[in-house]
Design a protein. Structure first.
Ligand code: HEM
Length: 420
């Protein structure tokens, strides 16, 4: 997504705001739209030309309420705006679209494999993967950081799920087709619908084969070696998961990881092109690395939204939401709320306090938080050790998606740090 810094007095006419249009995030000014809405219509109704319509909440407190109050706002009918009004067939079967209490039973055994301590054995493999990705960075030629960072999360999800490395490029491609089916660079066939269908089919059949292969192996390849093994052996409310549920959760885990993590780095590097002093300070201050990373998460907010549906009639900020209407919680807007963040359009690697909610809020708060933070921390350390300064080296291109705020191309010239 294009990250802009509108002046506090800037506004657009709310009647012309279209938060559904994926092109807004690639070419337009979503931050100006959200800034206007936070001030003038914090609970905003939008009609779509096809007869559908949805509410948007843009203030920090409202976003947290919608994401966390699962009794009033269910995830079970679907959680992505693109699919508004289509009942998600995975509802109640896939963790991301299941409400508590079943959600808690699915999540707990997986969560135990995603703590910092449980992730420690994966760190050497993740670090080696990152070093491989960054290998060409300092060759003295323009180099596309956006492409490298798009491939970054696969190193992590691949390791955690026990997937073969030769499959990574295809899985990255299918992930991009899923979150950005409107982006022409990733489209196949006749447009976004065919692209989305092809991506779903590709990913579901891939994971179905992974599960079958593990059962076929002699002895069967099951157990807690990785997340797929855990999904195949764990019980939820006294029963094992069906193969359909296992595959659906593999799909969700892969997408949860793959479509967002690397954009945090790209967005920070892009912002600091013109602020060498801040880059220099951050890159040399090991103690301040984490504070800066938290700010990069707030700044990039790579997951723009999640969707919920009102269970019954409910009121938010004086507006009446009717039962079954969709409510989109714009996380990327909450992270710029001027009532919560001082000077929200300033990127400040020393910002404190910083109550960013890039990983969401409530029962569905990202299960991959520790994995993402470890990956980002390792990546920043590798970059800071090698690069003294980045220079722009070509046109920046943003992902055309209302779900993932990504940077797909970011050509840079990296000036290597002189080793002493
Ligand atoms: C910077 C990187 C990441 C960001 C910004 C992010 C963001 C989010 C957000 C906002 C949610 C909440 C969904 C909701 O409320 O409905 C979420 C859930 C989830 N994330 Fe992440 N995520 C990241 C990395 C990862 C990684 C590395 C993994 C896996 C290894 C992952 C797997 C998941 C899964 C499976 C869920 C669903 C959890 C549930 O329903 O309980 N994410 N993520």
């Amino acid at each position: 997504m294009r990250i802009t810094a509108p002046a506090p007095s800037d506004r657009v006419d709310p009647a012309g705001i279209d938060l559904y249009d994926p092109r807004l995030y690639a070419y337009g000014d979503a931050h100006l739209a959200w800034q206007t809405l936070r001030r003038e219509e914090p609970v905003f109704w939008q009609d779509l030309p096809d007869g559908r319509g949805f509410w948007s909440v843009t203030k920090y407190d409202d976003v947290r309420r919608v994401l966390s109050d699962h009794e009033a706002f269910t995830s079970q009918r679907g959680a992505i705006l693109k699919m508004l009004g289509t009942e998600d067939p995975a509802g109640g079967h896939q963790m991301a679209v299941t409400d508590p209490p079943r959600h808690t039973h699915v999540r707990r055994p997986l969560e135990a494999m995603m703590t910092p301590a449980a992730l420690r054995p994966f760190v050497p493999r993740i670090r080696a993967g990152i070093q491989g990705l960054l290998a060409g960075m300092c060759d003295g030629e323009p180099w596309d950081l956006g492409v490298a960072m798009t491939a970054l999360p696969m190193i992590v999800s691949g390791a955690l799920m026990g997937l073969p490395e030769e499959d990574f490029p295809e899985l990255v491609r299918l992930g991009l087709m899923t979150v950005a089916p409107d982006d022409e660079e990733f489209q196949v066939g006749t447009g976004s619908t065919t692209t989305l269908r092809a991506a779903h089919t590709g990913l579901f059949s891939y994971f179905a084969e992974q599960v079958r292969a593990r059962r076929r192996a002699a002895p069967p390849d099951l157990g807690d070696r990785d997340l797929i093994g855990r999904l195949m052996t764990m019980e939820v409310e006294g029963s094992p998961m069906t193969d359909g549920e296992i595959v659906s959760n593999c799909y969700s885990m892969l997408l949860g990881a793959n479509v967002n993590t690397g954009h945090v780095i790209s967005a920070a590097v892009l912002e600091l092109f013109d602020d060498f002093e801040q880059y220099d300070r951050w890159s040399r201050d090991e103690a301040g690395l984490k504070t800066g990373l938290t700010e990069a998460l707030r700044w990039s907010s790579p997951v723009l939204h999640f969707l919920r549906y009102a269970v019954d009639d409910v009121e938010i900020g004086g507006r009446k939401i009717q039962a079954r209407q969709g409510v989109v919680a714009w996380i990327a807007s909450a992270n710029r709320d001027e009532d919560v963040f001082d000077d929200p359009f300033r990127f400040d690697t020393r910002r404190r306090p910083n109550r960013e909610i890039s990983f969401g809020y409530g029962p569905h708060r990202c299960i991959g938080t520790a994995a993402a933070r470890i990956t980002l921390d390792l990546t920043l350390k590798e970059i800071f050790a090698r690069v003294e300064r980045f220079e722009p080296a070509g046109e920046v291109e943003h992902l055309c998606s209302n779900f993932t705020g990504g940077i797909k191309h970011l050509p840079v010239l990296a000036h290597p740090r002189i080793q002493r």
